[in-house]
Design a protein around this ligand. Structure first.
Ligand code: ISL
Length: 546
């Protein structure tokens, strides 16, 4: 049996600092703003905050382009503010998990400034340089994730550097031992300040071999992760979460298996990708396919049933709002928001709540491209329009799946700008803040927030929610998601209607009989009958009565 760790029963909450709470009216959230809202997070019952980057940065990618790993961006505050956030959160039993972005730095990091000026400084080797091809062009035709080529030429050194993301985000060369030592030292420096761990940005890219054109899960990935564990993590009771778009159920346990000494869990997207168009990508999403989504979700439950651990999420700062994407953000919004939570929070793993999810915030409805801020959306717009895609077609895709939906300001109250700022926010506030906001939700006796609080507490108080084995029920059902959890003689069953119609299903006799309800969206039930009738987006979670 694996030893129990603090994060096995904890729920995480992602704060996107730019959009969470603005204390000084400059239209951008900041660290004092987060401190002022810690009460909200401790009421919810979370165990840790995953804090998106607050480091010094030119903010080309909203902080995922770091120019100084040991300083805070002035728009977010100071190192003193950060220390105070760590201390104030800790007083409430909340750990701070920092975002670690070390696949790349900002092009304005001192390392890169030196590296691009001369081939003869040690920092040159911290990045990935190749000579031009015979015709003077880039070494190959690799494309960057945010559009354009993945190679950019620097005349001063007569070489191209590699960037998986934008040219403002040069990839760090993990083959360089001195670079790795710098990163490990920086990680220890943060851990010594009292943080609770790291969420590691696109970590499966660090072992890449650009010459072989292998980027994800390259040959040296696990060697580097094991070295990092030895040099930084070993002997510290901290949480590590590796973000990866490429990890599969074949490779998952290489990262988080018990005897691997690498990471605690991976944050992977197989269930998310089910919603994207296989060839045309995220800006041409396909209709949601519940059966495929369930297959991805439960494959990871199966994988981590005996070994490893999993990160559970439907939303983050790169994804649309879950209630809009998976369910209904109109008439059924409140119920649908609760049902998505019921499903996620009763699976095995560590759930993550993305800011605003706990009150059912929805996608923006932007009508013009100039309302968007994200470089990914803006660059792909340019590219696709140049290729002849109609602007309305692109905008329809962006309105479903742009990263900006999750980045509109947190809606705290019905005050101007949802109480996020007294100034002008850096991105438009969703006009529905007058109805959808923290104050309004809390005032409701059956608030979404209260539902989340209940689910978070269920995990803390019930062995079976934290550790029970998961078995999917009705895997081929196109409208119902259902599963059971078992631990010893204990058992929980969960049924969720993902459609906007009433659904009736015949239950096998062994699932019927008196129950004790743990969570519900409509009425608390005393028994499950042979015919289970679920209202639109209804869900129930219950334990057979002894
Ligand atoms: O958002 C995406 C889907 O289109 C991704 O391709 C995204 O870039 C990927 O999830 C990696 O994300 C992380 O690294 C990026 C940063 O822009 C994201 O915000 C971050 O979560 C580069 O650092």
């Amino acid at each position: 049996e694996p030893t129990e760790r603090w994060w096995h029963r904890a729920t995480g909450y992602q704060v996107y600092p730019r959009s969470f709470a603005d204390s000084d009216g400059d239209g951008m959230g900041d660290i004092p703003g987060i401190i002022s809202r810690l009460g909200h997070l401790s009421d919810l019952g979370i165990g840790f905050i995953w804090l998106s980057p607050v480091y010094a940065s030119p903010m080309i990618d909203n902080g995922y382009d770091i120019s100084d790993y040991r300083d805070i961006a002035p728009e977010f505050g100071t190192l003193d503010d950060m220390d105070q956030l760590i201390a104030s959160a800790r007083e409430r039993g909340i750990g701070i998990v920092m975002d670690l972005v070390v696949n790349h730095s900002s092009a304005l990091h001192d390392w890169f400034k030196a590296a691009r000026a001369s081939r003869d400084c040690p920092e040159h080797g911290y990045y990935i340089w190749r000579d031009p091809a015979a015709d003077g062009g880039p070494p190959d035709d690799a494309r960057a994730a945010f559009g354009g080529p993945a190679w950019t030429f620097v005349p001063e050194v007569g070489q191209y550097y590699f960037h998986y993301f934008s040219p403002a985000q040069p990839d760090l060369n993990w083959q360089n031992r001195a670079l790795r030592a710098e990163i490990y030292e920086m990680m220890r420096w943060w851990l010594d300040r009292g943080i609770a761990g790291f969420r590691m940005d696109v970590i499966s890219l660090i072992g890449k071999d650009v010459d072989a054109r292998i980027y994800e899960e390259g040959p040296d990935l696990h060697r580097f992760l094991q070295e990092m564990h030895r040099e930084v993590l070993s002997g510290r009771d901290v949480l590590t979460i590796g973000e990866s778009w490429s990890v599969s159920t074949e490779t998952g346990l290489l990262y988080c298996g018990r005897d691997r000494d690498e990471l605690d869990m991976v944050f992977e997207f197989s269930h998310i990708r089910e919603g994207w168009h296989p060839e045309l990508g995220k800006f041409a999403p396909k209709p949601f396919d519940l059966v495929a989504f369930k297959r991805a979700l439960f494959a990871w439950q199966d994988l981590t049933s005996e070994d490893g651990w999993h990160a559970l999420f439907l939303s983050n700062h790169d994804l649309p709002r879950q209630v809009s994407f998976y369910a209904d953000d109109g008439a059924h919004r409140c119920v649908a928001a609760k049902t998505l939570a019921t499903v996620l929070h009763l699976l095995k793993g560590t759930p993550f709540v993305y800011q605003g999810e706990e009150i059912g915030m929805t996608n923006a409805r932007f009508e013009r491209i100039d309302q968007y801020r994200d470089l990914e959306t803006l660059n792909h717009f340019e590219e696709q329009i140049a290729q002849g895609v109609e602007p309305e077609v692109f905008l329809a895709g962006a309105n479903r799946n742009s990263r900006d939906h999750s980045r509109t300001p947190m809606q705290w109250s019905a005050a101007p700008q949802g109480g996020f700022t007294t100034g002008t926010p850096w991105i438009e506030t969703n006009p529905n803040f007058t109805e959808i906001n923290v104050e309004a939700d809390l005032a409701h006796p059956e608030s979404i927030f209260a539902h989340y609080r209940r689910l978070i507490r269920l995990r803390q108080e019930n062995e079976i929610v934290a550790f029970g084995q998961t078995t999917q029920l009705m895997p081929d059902d196109p409208e119902i998601l259902a599963f059971e959890r078992r631990l010893g003689g204990d058992r929980i069953v969960v049924f969720a209607n993902f459609s906007d119609r009433v659904q009736t299903r015949a239950l096998p006799a062994e699932l019927t009989g008196p129950v004790h309800c743990l969570a519900w969206t409509h009425a608390e039930r005393e028994a499950l009958a042979g015919d289970l009738v679920l209202a639109p987006f209804e869900s129930i979670a219950c334990r057979p009565a002894a």
